[in-house]
Write a protein that binds this ligand. Sequence first.
Ligand code: NAP
Length: 278
Amino acid sequence: MAPTAPTVALAHGASMPLLGLGTWPMDDAEAERVVAEAIGLGYRLVDTAENYANERGVGKGLKASGVAREDLFVTTKFNRQWHGVELAAEACERSLDRLGLDYLDLLLIHWPNPKHGKYVEAWQGLARLLDTGRVKAIGTSNFKPAHLDRIIESTGVVPDVNQIQLSPFTTRSEARAYHAEKGIVTQSWSPIGGQGAQVREHPAVLELAEKYDRTPVQIILRWHLDLGLATVPKSSDPERLAQNLAVFDFTLTPEDRQAISALDQGEAAAADSDDFGH
Ligand code: NAP
């Protein structure tokens, strides 16, 4: 049987695989194919979003996989237009409908959009959804500590997960420390640097790939896991999908982990969620 990723316990009781499949920028047809393939390889978490416009394809891929719903973990996210108490519930129903599911494992506010000024209401809406059984866990994406402070202070409800841009080039140490203090799981997006290959070709990464007899991407994914992070690398290629999941049988030494962390280019290397969002 294909190996699956270990899980992490979330604040509201769910268990989330530490590594899952990212699906941006797949369209419906590609998502259907890749999701089914990835699950066949052992993936159990699939990360999508309203904004990716591929939830229908993801849903078809989940069904085609033949794996029982309770053994899968499905994350989606909603856009600014649904920032409101009732609106968040509507966003959830619409995503469920497109995915063909009757519950989500994790629903995220995709971006805080502070200039729109409604992310606290969106969070209140998500907190209510927890009691309906339509979501098992709730969270945020691209929230800075200041945004998280506001939603926690106004509701007393802590997100299960904050999904943020995080790679060796942008290590987000302040956010990680804040999440750890609050019991929020950090999930890295663009964990291997996104579509640009620079971080995957950095000499420090290549050196460790040779030392551990692993691919550069496996070294980077192991660095995330060794930092206690969850992550959702995207690939549409069966061989790379399999490689990216085969990272649970080794660890980096603290010195080697530090050598990767030293590639950090600071917060400026990440998208600024006070300015950007949808
Ligand atoms: P990523 O996972 O860091 O990188 C994906 C790129 O790496 C693709 O071009 C992929 O190409 C390539 N790749 C994958 N495995 C590889 C390997 N083993 N060797 C060499 N190249 C490899 O970046 P991402 O897709 O931006 O982020 C991951 C996921 O995070 C997304 O898919 C999405 O689900 C989520 N995300 C969330 C947000 C948010 O705001 N919350 C924003 C962006 C992304 P191939 O497909 O050809 O392998």
